[in-house]
Design a binder for this molecule. Structure first.
Ligand code: ADP
Ligand code: MG
Length: 235
């Protein structure tokens, strides 16, 4: 039977005509000039581009951490440019998971508590949050590290906790900014596999910036930033 759902409903994130400039006067840097990009439900996309081309800027705009200078950002069908800061925060918390190059875990809390935190903020009970956090730790094969604080974990374990935290609220979109960029090659491959398995198993859409072409090739699609625009390429 023909799937007559409009394509639009399968798009979880779209950027249309997005521009971002830094600086003033004669020293304006036109980082993003006309970014058009859409991410469909369950789709994984690698963003591979040299340093300084605007990958982090793009992810921050897509994740509602920054405003574009012009253009539209739509998440789950909502045009986010029209929202108040409180509404943007609510969408960021409910629909977006973010993983950074450095784990940014809260140092004074255990791995388990770090994963529980976004769920508690979203209003889940302690029991529910703890159950899901334990499941995610097990899934990432660090169930035995739940009581440890970030400083007591290896770099690969810290990133696995950060990934578990990012997906704890079952977001629509996972945005990851060089999530394995700070790890040695073997650990990077292991952590990336765990991330990939989690994303595929949960049907999440993911946009992942990485410098690693081997890892990028494992995604459904690869894009790059060229002259301030997003273009598709085959890794
Ligand atoms: P990437 O993540 O691809 O390395 P970034 O998005 O971090 O690139 O940065 C793109 C360019 O924008 C860089 O030249 C950077 O120096 C510049 N840039 C980023 N943030 C700012 C800012 N807040 N003010 C001025 N320039 C910035
Ligand atoms: Mg960056």
């Amino acid at each position: 039977m023909r799937n007559d759902k409009p394509m639009q409903s399968r798009t979880v994130l779209s950027l249309t005509g997005v521009e971002r400039h830094y600086g003033q006067g004669e020293t304006v840097l036109n980082i993003l000039k006309d970014v058009n990009f859409s991410l469909r439900r369950g789709e994984t996309v690698a963003l591979v581009a040299p340093s300084g081309t605007g990958k982090s800027t793009l992810l921050h705009i897509a994740g509602l951490l920054e405003h574009p200078d012009s253009g539209e950002v739509t998440i789950g069908g909502t045009d986010c440019g029209l929202l108040s800061e409180d509404e943007r925060t609510a969408i960021r918390r409910g629909s977006i998971g973010f993983v950074y190059q450095f784990h940014h875990l809260l140092p004074e809390f255990s791995a388990l508590e770090n994963i529980m935190m976004p769920q508690l903020i979203a209003g889940l009970s302690r029991k529910e949050a703890e159950e899901r956090a334990s499941q995610l730790l097990d899934y990432m094969r660090i169930g035995h590290r739940g009581d440890h604080r970030p400083a007591e974990l290896s770099g690969g374990e810290q990133q696995r906790v950060a990934i578990a935290r990012a997906v704890a609220n079952a977001p629509l979109v996972l945005l990851a900014d060089e999530p394995t960029g700070n790890l040695d090659p073997d650990t990077a491959s292991y952590v990336f596999s765990a991330l990939e398995a989690l994303v595929r198993q949960s049907g999440l859409a993911a946009l992942i910036a990485t410098h690693n072409h081997d890892l990028a090739r494992r995604m459904d699609r690869c894009v790059t930033i060229s002259d301030g625009r997003i273009i598709d390429f085959t890794a």
